[in-house]
Design a protein around this ligand. Sequence first.
Ligand SMILES: [Zn+2]
Length: 202
Amino acid sequence: MNQVKIGKFIAECRKNKKLTQAELAEKLNITDRAISKWETGKGMPDTSIMLDLCNELEITVNELLCGEMIEMKNYNENVEKNLLEMIKQKEESDKRLLRAEILIGILGLLPFFISLIIIMIVAMEEWMETVITLTSIIPFLIVTPFMLKIEQIAGYYECEECGERYVPTYKSVFWSRHIGRTRHMKCLKCNQKSWNKKRTSK
Ligand SMILES: [Zn+2]
């Protein structure tokens, strides 16, 4: 998908409807900065707002994603292409998120490892060692909820029992036993508890 092309298309359709950015923003209940971001190709409308936007501009979602009006005979082919493209983009962004999670985890644990080294090298009293060790764990405790949030929303968990791939609740991710990213959770579809593997595709 070409964001710049889509942006120009949004601007063109908006002008055809004789709307200013501020007027369109008001109709959609968003800021005009968001509209200007789309139109300059610096961002894409959220999926939650796409339908409303298309209604206002009197275009189809498919046309929006192509960044041009589509003739009816090419329509289906384009729908499929855009759907596949959107799925691919979601998969890639999920993979990026999961890589970011690893990085966040490593950074969060870094103070702990550094403190271990300091304790090994520098002679100090035992209470001092305890204080340093406990303090060094704090960054990891702070980043843990963010890591869990990423694991919850990026990709899907696959139920071992029925094969369903689903997005679990934050609570179930938080409280589940896990080995790496494989978590012991209750499937949303069949309600069975099993070891669920992380998958990035649906
Ligand atoms: Zn299941």
